[in-house]
Design a protein around this ligand. Structure first.
Ligand code: KG4
Ligand code: ZN
Length: 350
């Protein structure tokens, strides 16, 4: 291919696109780690009035924004189209109509520029956002906590993903958003519950969903129901619910379980590093607890800055870099895959 050269021979630039949910993002990353531009156009204000993401509206908004965001990312990066060595795009998982917008844009660009196309897994992106801030030491354990995903992923070596636990119902962020709605906060409510929990003076004790003793899986729907039941119980008795204590109780239950399981896995698999990622990694209580527990266990913890925790295209470039360095490219008839499995996206060669 015309624009391709041997990785490592000179500086290379990946242009990445992310449109899997409600953020339209384009980024330019040099040599896999240096973020030259990472533009994110959020649709949250549009979706807020509906209390959650409306897929059809998300797709239309992506169509409206994608060209502008791409042009702006290129302009900000200071490179020209001729300097783009490969185009990376989120192939899945995500909303099919939203993914399609990014995939079509990426395919057109890759074809027009005659450079490789790299279809990339969204969760691999969240995990490899950590490589934009530090070196990853293997084996590593990633705790992925976002609006759509809650997973414990073991990375035995670079780019090899093994899911050892996942949610059986709601994702953590989803549970936060549902509880936030019950506490009358706007979408997305996670940050509001986090703040309220930190301000609370008391705590309403709620159950912990540990599941089977050996399991690394999660379940948050029971906890969410317990919050709703507590609100109903108080209302029926004519009492005022202490929202702050309830937020604290919910947050403590979530943090106990996710950090408890992560630390047990870290010990069992003898990992050299724990990686926290996804939008809920912004949670102050979670960050503090995990960093304390990792400190006590002597396992270094990596956490990306907030801008790289929520959906963005720089993280997609960081994951795509795994494939770029190995020459593992996608065909130009790449299809968006709303249910794309993570493990199958692992690199083929060491
Ligand atoms: O990773 P992300 O940007 O989108 C997905 O790929 O899902 O995560 C968004 C989620 C939302 O559910 C939001 O409420 C949650 O992350 N979130 C938080 C906090 N900040 C964002 N949840 C708890 N505490 C926070 N501080
Ligand atoms: Zn995400």
């Amino acid at each position: 291919m015309g624009g391709t050269q041997t990785p490592g021979a000179r500086d290379y630039h990946l242009l990445a696109i992310e449109t899997s949910c409600d953020e339209t993002s384009a980024a330019v990353v040099r040599n896999g780690r240096e973020v030259l531009a990472n533009l994110v156009s959020s649709q949250i204000d549009t979706h807020r009035q509906f209390g959650g993401v409306v897929p059809e509206i998300a797709s239309r908004k992506h169509v409206e924004s994608i060209t502008v965001i791409l042009e702006e990312a290129l302009r900000k990066s200071g490179i020209g189209l001729a300097d783009v060595d490969a185009v990376a795009v989120t192939q899945g998982p995500g909303l099919v109509g939203a993914l399609l917008v990014g995939v079509v844009a990426a395919k057109s660009l890759a074809m027009a520029l005659d450079v490789p196309l790299i279809g990339t897994h969204h969760i691999a992106g969240h995990i490899y956002a950590n490589r934009l801030v530090g070196e990853i030491h293997y084996p590593a354990l990633a705790l992925v906590v976002s609006g759509g995903h809650t997973e414990l992923v073991l990375l035995e070596s670079e780019g090899r993903f093994r899911i050892i636990g996942r949610t059986r119902d709601d994702a953590v962020g989803e549970a936060y958003d549902k509880v936030a709605r019950a506490l009358h906060f706007p979408y997305p409510g996670g940050p509001h519950v986090d703040r309220l929990a930190a301000e609370a003076e008391g705590e309403i004790e709620l159950p912990r969903a540990w599941l089977e003793p050996e399991s690394y899986d999660f379940s948050f729907s029971g906890l969410k129901s317990a919050v709703l039941a507590e609100i109903n119980r108080s209302r029926m008795k004519g009492e005022t619910v202490n929202f702050a204590s309830l937020a604290r109780g919910f947050q403590e239950s979530v943090i106990d379980v996710v950090t408890g399981k992560a630390m047990r896995a870290a010990a069992e698999f003898g990992v050299r590093q724990v990686l926290l990622c996804g939008g809920v990694a912004a949670n102050r209580g979670l960050r503090e607890r995990l960093s304390r527990l990792c400190g006590e266990a002597g396992v270094p913890l990596l956490v990306p800055p907030l801008s790289l925790c929520t959906d963005n295209a720089a993280m997609i470039a960081a994951a795509a870099d795994l494939k770029w360095r190995r020459g593992e490219f996608s065909p130009l008839d790449l299809k968006a895959d709303p249910q794309m499995p993570l493990e199958a996206w692992s690199v083929a060669s060491e």
